[in-house]
Design a protein around this ligand. Sequence first.
Ligand code: PEP
Ligand code: MG
Length: 576
Amino acid sequence: MIKLKGIAAAGGISVGAAYRVGREDFTVPRQPIKPEEVSAQIQLFEEALIKTRKEIIDLQKRIAVDMGQEQAQIFDAHLLVLEDRMLIEEVILRLKQECVNIAFIFSEVLKKYINVFSKIEDEYLKERVADVNDVGRRILHNLLGRERKGFEDLKEKVVVVAHDLSPSDTAAMHKQKVCGFVTDIGGKTSHTAIMAKSLEIPAVVGLEEATAKIKSGDILIVDGSTGVVIIEPDDETLRVYQKEEQKLKGVAEKFLLAKELPAVTLDGKAIEIVANIELPEEVPAVKLHGGQGIGLYRTEFFYMNRRDLPSEEEHYQAYKYVAEEMRPHPVIIRTIDLGGDKFLSQFEIPKDMQPFLGWRAIRFCLARPDIFKVQLRAILRASVHGNLKLMYPMISGIEELQQANKILEESKKELKNKGVPFDNDIQVGAMIEVPSAAMTADLLAGAADFFSIGTNDLIQYSLAVDRTNEKVAYLYEPAHPAVLRLIKNIIDSAHNAGIWVGMCGEMAGEPALVLVLLGLGLDEFSIPPQVIPEIKYIIRSIKLSDAQAIAKEALRLSTGKDVEEFSHLKLRKILG
Ligand code: PEP
Ligand code: MG
């Protein structure tokens, strides 16, 4: 029995036989060609690039459905490699100069790129090496007309053991066939680790000598929560871990039972459990996990990776599809939240010194009503196809909300004049994600039909912690007393004014904090589809009155850590 310690990448326990996945090298035989064959070889190369692009886009779509948009975006970097002019031109130039087969030339250029990048001590560029490697292998396979080896042919469940795994490899893993994976390299936030979490496959990365110590067929225990891997465990160790594995599986199955059931507390308070999406393709995942609607449909995607602006028709078709698919459940479309960390390719906007405090979201829309109205008209037009609502991001005070509503009224008038039908009573909400809005929620409540608390931003603004900066990540505490007090103020103000309140920031999907949020009176939780069953289960396991007592107690604590510990303790009691 050998015990290895690595980095815990994706929680859970798995026991299975090791399946070694070798590192592919790029060795391709060198074959001279005649000068007249050059153009055919170039065509072969172009076809391989097109095929690879299609493969990546298909994979991206599948991942968006299975795991969400964030994971799918990992492959944007791969598409960029495919468009790298320097790489492509070097291959073609060498092909013309050397007159040898294109696959050989490509493999040589690829090796050179990887060598150069690998020597640079920079975390970002290291990730790029992985991208170039991954895409390069795809192109090479397509050039050589080889099929990529997947995991589909496996006969039994295995633990994959590799030096490193690319996001493509991870995405190809099938939950039915792969019960865990371990790698020599990689960190907690590597793309591979993020994907493993979405796939819910226990994983340990950064083990350094996994491939040196493990042979195919060895029995492995993978504890993805502690980062421990045990090779050929003794009977007693195996028994302990198998028991723990069963226990965890039992809990997961318990959650799944709640998937289709309504989220009602033991004393009868009904809560809306809805999902966050960024793409229409994610709708099936929402339904699959028992979502009762969509509480946040982010729409920035329409504006990304393109040079022109999206048309009204393009917006309309997407909204119509989502509204029809989810009908009669509600779908809340968040109007564009461009700026901040969200890339704007088609506007020549000077870079703000502090993009999160700059010209973004509703500020941008109010300054550019021409662009804003295109989206508003599309949402209004789609409102006849289902239960659509809309909300504005980054509202910081009543004036902005009034101005946005005024532009909405103008958009309605434009449609009315043309005789285009729409739901005149469409509900309009304000996202509360700026502390000034949280503090003046009573004033805003008069001009909105509902609130949706955007904790991702509310936390960064109220605690002065850049949400994208790893160095200050330790200060980013959803359970911080300041955040809880702001949330309480928002909910109380809304309820006093007779409107409902949801939450669409990541905090709403934190199992332990759900108890506190429920107790504070939150009416709707908009969360990633994968956590819907668990959150429903938790809500169905507690009385609202008990949650209220937990929230009251949590509000008395003085640090975020105390609140976290306290609510975890309460959750453990409930889940047994
Ligand atoms: C939020 O800020 O909590 C939110 C949901 O919006 P985004 O993450 O898109 O800024
Ligand atoms: Mg936000």
